[in-house]
Design a protein around this ligand. Structure first.
Ligand code: SF4
Length: 446
């Protein structure tokens, strides 16, 4: 039976007050979009309405209270944020049914209140951030969505029918968002979209003026370079190996962008890729990976693969295992093929029996775990930069190297790290490794 994708919850927004408040509203909506929500232009279509209030003058407070009253009358499920959040008692006295009240700049609390009021039904088939991203994104890293939709028509995917063709955000708006995130404590930007390498195609790669002079082109390379000037760490997700991807590798070698590429290859056998209708399906990709590593030896490549796609033969699968031996990818996630309601692949002949899918899944996991273990073992003895995600009470800490995206890759477990704070980026001597994680100690401060 085909998996049915639930429709995403919709959020309505009423934004009052000054331009600063508007920027806060934009930031909240950007985070919610990244979390899988859609926006509703009217009260009737919204699962929950956010009212971002102004409390600067008495007249502004009255206007805010009227807006809350209108949202309650029209929709009923209302969350209040913004400057009037300081006066929660006044709001509650008049509107006891308000679901939550948070203050100005409390982005995380507003987003959490929306998650509680209208859970996001994250689906691995259509959403870009991992399930665990639904827990509140900590301040030190943020997802930055640069476009919506997709121009490809992969046969197993329903995103184009749900979200439409590629629509890129303006590069100046993305950079402004990045600056605000960094000013609010973000140290690592995770660039997401359905197809990051296609960014700006719909804008004809036009240039936009930059605030401090110069201009930026709506193109992945230019955007990555500018983001690298704003945030300490910039990580690129969902990149397809188009020829112009070669241009970001020098930025990685220079240290402007993390030496990390998340490329969802999904398969390697030409016949399967053809049936999947995958973009950038280039037989020379192994040679390109080698050339990238020659320029940037620390480049980590993460990917996902589907096993048991209709018509996948034992030869196709063995081709994939041999390809993985050559490609030596650092991180791999694998999925057994499952039909998704509405996907063209459901009509393909020769479904692979479940038992065969299971057997292939076990084989690919075994292969990729062994490659990962060997690549991590080669890091023992080296000093790597690590970003701290959590510090415990016993002098330990957990972090990630440049090769590890949050939630989907491995971790670095640190000893003697009680002096560190979440978001610190520190050099760490790697002392041990297993299949997925590293172990080490921060270099002692001199
Ligand atoms: S590239 Fe393919 S899998 Fe990715 S969103 Fe577009 S159609 Fe779907």
């Amino acid at each position: 039976m085909a998996t049915v994708i639930p429709s995403p919850p919709r959020v309505g927004m009423v934004s009052l007050g000054c331009p600063k408040n508007l920027v806060d509203s934009e930031r909240i909506l950007t985070q919610l979009r990244a979390d899988g929500y859609q926006m509703s232009p009217d009260y009737a279509g919204a699962d929950v309405v956010l009212v971002n209030t102004c409390g600067f003058l008495d007249s502004a407070k009255e206007e805010s209270l009227e807006a809350i009253g209108e949202a309650i009358a029209e929709n009923g499920r209302v969350i209040v944020t913004g400057c009037m959040g300081k006066e929660a008692e006044t709001i509650r006295a008049r509107f006891p049914q308000v679901l939550a009240i948070t203050g100005a700049h409390q982005y995380e609390q507003v987003v959490e209140a929306v998650h509680e009021a209208a859970p996001a039904n994250l689906s691995p088939y259509i959403d870009l951030i991992p399930d665990a991203g639904l827990k509140l994104t900590p301040r030190h890293y943020s997802y930055l969505k640069i476009s919506e939709g997709c121009n490809h028509r992969c046969s197993f995917c329903i995103i184009p029918s749900l979200r439409g063709d590629l629509v890129s955000r303006r590069p100046d708006a993305i950079l402004r968002e990045a600056e605000k995130l960094v000013a609010a404590g973000t140290r690592e930007l995770l660039v997401i979209s359905q197809d990051t390498s296609a960014y700006g195609l719909d804008l004809r790669h036009a240039s936009w003026p930059l605030k401090g002079g110069g201009e930026v082109r709506a193109h992945m390379t230019d955007l990555a370079r500018e983001l690298g000037r704003i945030a300490p760490w910039v990580r690129l997700h969902y990149v397809y190996p188009y020829p112009h991807v070669d241009q970001v590798i020098p930025l990685m070698a220079e240290g402007l962008v993390l030496p990390y590429l998340d490329i969802p290859f999904q398969h390697a056998a030409p016949a399967v890729l053809r049936r999947m209708k995958r973009p950038a399906n280039d037989a020379k990709v192994l040679g390109r990976i080698k050339a990238w590593r020659d320029i940037c030896p620390d480049l980590a490549i993460r990917s996902t693969f589907v096993v048991g796609f209709p018509g996948e033969t034992e030869e196709d699968f063995q081709y994939l295992l041999d390809w993985l031996d050559e490609a030596q990818l650092d991180r791999v996630g694998a999925f057994r093929f499952e039909p998704v309601e509405g996907a063209a692949a459901n009509l393909l002949p020769d479904p692979v029996p479940e038992a065969v899918k299971e057997e292939r899944y076990a084989r690919i996991m075994e292969k990729t775990a062994a490659i990962s273990a060997a690549r991590l073992a080669a890091k023992v003895g080296r000093t790597l930069d690590v970003i701290v995600d959590a510090v415990d009470d016993e002098g330990g800490a957990t972090g990630r190297s440049t090769a590890d995206a949050p939630e989907i890759d491995g971790e670095v477990f640190l000893r003697d790290a009680g002096h560190l704070a979440v978001g610190d980026i520190v050099p760490v001597v790697i002392e041990d490794a297993d299949e997925h994680n590293l172990y080490g100690a921060p270099v002692a401060p001199r």
